[in-house]
Design a protein around this ligand. Structure first.
Ligand code: MG
Length: 283
């Protein structure tokens, strides 16, 4: 039986520029056992190649195919909604590149969509342009709605904050593609070639990773190595299947990856026997 992981990066694999202890071993274990996995990020700044290079430099050798960004999800989604469309973009290389790759032209006048991602180049002028374009009929698309983002130098405002600005100024509601949107959660699973019952989402954020996984019927693992404490779980009406200190708990000499499996089984689904599955996959 096949299983695979969708893995959030920030707070799960690294914090800022620091690798989280055990992350390297966990990924190594997945590769060794031939377990499919993909990193899922709500950051639209970088291309999948940039992300793979960043991980490689941190000591996690992965390929482009292991990375799925909300910029990719957004561009692919738009190419199905309106093929060969046009977009005014607030964002950076990762988003521009993904849109171009999917047949989109970047324009300043009469775009089909205003697409919003993270950016360090944001100006009031760009926001005002976006407001006018939306009022003139362009549709507002958010790559994600994360309110803020932790960095090495503290918290920076996220894509969701810019989107809220545009929503307030125009009185329109954005459509968001990134986690927890089923658009991205499903696209990533399809890209990995897995069924719903075969998919496990690991993340550190309840509002995106875990909510997204729960909504899709994936199994979910919350790690406490990022922004969420165990006590925070009381604030949510949904819960992950499993809570761990970090991904280090999923591998290593005591093999908790296998031990913890029974807690993830569900009556309405094929039992998940990771030990058996790992045996099959390592063969
Ligand atoms: Mg995270």
């Amino acid at each position: 039986m096949k299983k695979g992981f969708l893995i959030d990066m920030d707070g799960v694999i690294y914090r800022g520029s620091q690798l989280i202890p055990g992350a390297e071993r966990f990924i190594q274990e997945l590769k060794l056992r031939n377990i499919p996995f993909m990193f899922l990020t709500n950051n639209s700044q970088r291309t999948r190649r940039d992300v793979a290079t960043k991980l490689f430099r941190m000591g996690i050798p992965v390929e482009e195919k292991h990375v799925f960004t909300c910029a990719m999800a957004t561009a692919r989604f738009l190419s199905t909604q309106k093929p060969d469309g046009t977009a005014y973009v607030i964002g950076e290389g990762g988003l521009l590149n993904a849109l171009h790759t999917n047949g989109y032209s970047i324009v300043d006048k009469s775009p089909d969509y205003v697409v919003v991602g993270e950016g360090r180049t944001l100006s009031t002028e760009m926001l005002d342009t976006a407001v006018q374009l939306i009022l003139d009929g362009a549709k507002l698309i958010a790559t994600n709605l994360d309110p803020n983002c932790p960095t090495d130098r503290g918290t920076r405002s996220g894509c969701g904050a810019m989107v809220a600005f545009l929503e307030t100024a125009t009185g329109t509601k954005a459509f968001s593609v990134g986690k927890p949107s089923p658009v991205m959660m499903r696209a990533a699973r399809k890209e990995l070639g897995l069924m719903t019952s075969e998919t496990i989402m690991i993340g550190d954020t309840m509002e995106t990773d875990i909510l997204g996984g729960v909504q899709m019927g994936y199994r979910t693992v919350l790690v406490l190595s990022g922004g969420t404490q165990e006590a925070d779980l009381a604030n949510y009406a949904f819960r992950p299947d499993m809570v761990l200190d970090s991904v280090a708990d999923l591998c290593g000499p005591d093999q908790r990856l296998d031990d913890l499996v029974p807690t993830m089984n569900r009556d309405d689904d094929t039992p998940l026997d990771l030990a058996e599955w790992a045996r099959v996959h390592s063969g």
